[in-house]
Design a protein around this ligand. Structure first.
Ligand SMILES: *Cc1c(COP(=O)(O)O)cnc(C)c1O
Length: 437
């Protein structure tokens, strides 16, 4: 374990023992537990090294070849590498790698294409959407008039007919597809067709599933979708950050941006800088280039497919142990459990699993009778476990351990016993240097 820190952090150990020992404790926690938050993954040492590099030191407002500061010849090379690799990875016409994270990336798109107060449409937070898809407590819900869609109460699936009906009635300027807690395949093509009917921009926020798309384990939103945003730190296994990918041309220029001299790509770039952000985080953007390079390798698609295989194996075994899954299963990396038949709420389940070294998060389920502070579900997934090299047989073991915790959440001796088994299991799959990607 200490190996990874030794190489990278011997100076830190000398100059700041408090921060060093905290990082060491966190690494130990990651290594000796099961990290199952579906939005989390591990960065490789190569990504970590680019992140902790002197690229951090440079100011470079602007874009490659058009900077407001001198001395950017190497920053330009790194940013162009990230852009070119992302284009190849997602077959994107245009890429902006400067957004600091997923939330500002989404805001930048709305800022680029809509005016404050315009009607936009996204998935409701308590149905699986993200805060930045127009939640009333979020900037996006205050700056724009968001109308929302959810999932079907019976099936837990997106109801495309209903989405089309809402879109035709409300005429949003942008329809956002994508979610943070949806375990099934998203039909991006269908979303785009609805957008074409009402002259709306189609925007796909693929933050959770970007790695699956890159590895051909989920259908791509391109070539049809107008704008695609994604974080780079979830299934893409890169540094914390985001990017915006888009078509080059503004398909709706005559309708929404008449007389404008900018195409779609330029609208996006101008919204990120100078519209929303200042200097790009060059260490992060260099690390994005490294992560995209990793994702372009053939073994990444083997990995992406294994994430899905593992999630399906985990789901199947949980169902056989009387654990209820929203939508009855999964097509991707993520599982949403409805705990209502277990006599336990999300908060309690999260804390009992935590005691057993299994990290998940409490989560609202569609039509949740309870509140966001103590919802009726938990959400988890397989990206981080898959990175450690775990396969279907480990998923079966893990499902049994999870079900045992849920059924014995108030028995400290059972939790302790499971925690010891988890320690044992995770020790067989060392994090660094054993990381498969
Ligand atoms: C994680 C996520 C985001 C936000 O990313 P941050 O980097 O946490 O701001 C946006 N949209 C979706 C769908 C996400 O899952």
């Amino acid at each position: 374990m200490a190996d990874v820190l030794k190489g990278l952090m011997n100076n830190l150990e000398d100059t700041d023992k408090e921060v060093y020992s905290t990082i060491k404790n966190e690494l130990e926690r990651q290594e000796h537990g099961l990290e199952m938050i579906p939005s989390e993954s591990f960065i490789s040492r190569a990504v970590m090294q680019a992140l902790g590099s002197p690229m951090n030191n440079k100011y470079s407002e602007g874009y490659p070849g058009k900077r407001y500061y001198g001395g950017n010849q190497y920053i330009d090379v790194a940013e162009n590498l990230a852009i070119e690799r992302a284009k190849k990875l997602f077959s994107a016409e245009h890429v902006n790698v400067q957004p600091y994270s997923g939330s500002p990336a989404n805001v930048a798109v709305y800022f680029a294409l809509a005016d404050f107060g315009d009607t936009l449409m996204g998935m409701r937070l308590d149905m699986g959407g993200h805060l930045t898809h127009g939640s009333p407590v979020n900037f996006t819900g205050k700056a724009y008039h968001f109308v929302s869609y959810g999932v079907d109460k019976k099936t837990g699936l997106l109801d495309m007919d209903e989405i089309r009906a809402i879109a035709k009635k409300e005429k949003p300027k942008i329809i956002v597809s994508g979610a943070t807690a949806y375990p099934r395949t998203i039909d991006f093509k269908h979303f785009h067709e609805i957008c074409e009917e009402i002259d709306a921009y189609s925007m796909a926020d693929v933050s959770h599933i970007a790695g699956l798309i890159a590895g051909s384990a989920h259908p791509s939103p391109f070539p049809f979708t107008d704008v695609v945003t994604t974080t780079t730190h979830k299934t893409l296994c890169g540094p914390r950050g985001a990017m915006i990918m888009s078509r080059q041309e503004d398909r709706l220029k005559e309708i929404h941006h008449k007389g404008s001299k900018w195409n779609l790509a330029q609208l996006i770039d101008r919204a990120v800088f100078p519209g929303l952000q200042g200097g790009p985080h060059n260490h992060t953007n260099s690390a994005k280039a490294v992560a995209f390079g990793q994702a372009l390798r053939p073994e990444f698609s083997v990995f992406a497919r294994q994430i899905v295989k593992n999630a399906k194996a985990l789901a199947e075994e949980l169902i056989s142990l009387d654990v209820r899954l929203v939508s009855g299963g999964t097509d991707n990396h993520l599982i949403l459990v409805d705990l209502q038949n277990k006599g336990i709420k999300g908060k309690e389940a999260e804390s009992a699993l935590d005691k057993a070294r299994i990290t998940v998060n409490k989560n609202m389920i569609p039509y949740d009778p309870s509140t966001p502070f103590d919802p009726s579900g938990i959400r988890f997934g397989t990206p981080a476990l898959t990175q450690r090299g775990m396969k279907e047989s480990e998923m079966k073991q893990i499902a049994a351990l999870m079900a045992k915790v849920l059924d014995n959440h108030d028995k400290p001796d059972v939790l302790k016993d499971v925690s010891e088994q988890v320690y044992e299991l995770s020790s067989q799959f060392p994090l660094y240097p054993g990381l498969k990607l």
